[in-house]
Design a binder for this molecule. Structure first.
Ligand SMILES: Nc1ncnc2c1ncn2[C@@H]1O[C@H](COP(=O)(O)OP(=O)(O)OP(=O)(O)O)[C@@H](O)[C@H]1O
Ligand SMILES: [Mg+2]
Length: 158
């Protein structure tokens, strides 16, 4: 990473849903077509809550359900197409073709819950956000940017 580009990873405490929304609202304008935002973290860590707030920040007013069963929900947003994936139930990388994973990345932004299920198909140039919920109930998110994300996140302060 070139010198002078903010320090990564970036760590944020997320004590309540408004803090998750503030993080998502600050990130949404930095994202553009072809971006993969990988949402890591255990069950209930706050991935869908982040995705919902991110979509709201891009003007989505319709319901934003968890794509647990649909596997993908597409949205038309002020920032172009956004596809929200939940790969929890994916068992083989080949299933990604059936749900249009690469096509969605060509068309717009993808938000991906359970990104590890995408295996080698997960793009290297991506923003990783790891959501955590510890035993005392403290929630947090840690951002690590790859590709040009460190430059985009220079000075990031939600
Ligand atoms: N920052 C937060 N503060 C308080 N509650 C939160 C926060 N983020 C998420 N929650 C709540 O935690 C619960 C689980 O959140 P969410 O559905 O986003 O988890 P998830 O990581 O998507 O889980 P899954 O792996 O099952 O998809 C929801 O009730 C949500 O409202
Ligand atoms: Mg979820």
């Amino acid at each position: 990473m070139p010198a002078g580009f903010g320090t990564l990873p970036l760590h944020f405490a997320l004590p309540d849903l408004p803090r998750t929304a503030a993080l998502a609202t600050a990130l949404a304008p930095l994202a553009r077509a072809g971006d993969c935002i990988a949402l890591w973290g255990d069950l209930g860590a706050g991935k869908t809550a982040f995705a919902r707030a991110f979509l709201r920040a891009l003007g989505v007013v319709e319901d934003v359900p968890s794509p647990t069963f649909a596997l993908v929900q597409p949205y038309d947003t002020d920032g172009g197409p956004v596809a929200h994936f939940d790969l929890y139930r994916i068992e083989a990388e080949a299933e990604l073709d059936e749900i249009g994973f690469d096509a969605a990345l060509d068309d717009g932004i993808i938000l991906v819950e359970w990104p590890g299920r995408a295996g080698r198909r997960l793009p290297d140039d991506r923003l990783d956000i790891v959501f955590s919920l510890d035993s005392s109930g403290q929630r947090a998110a840690t951002l690590t940017g790859h590709g040009d994300w460190p430059a985009r996140l220079d000075g990031f302060a939600p």
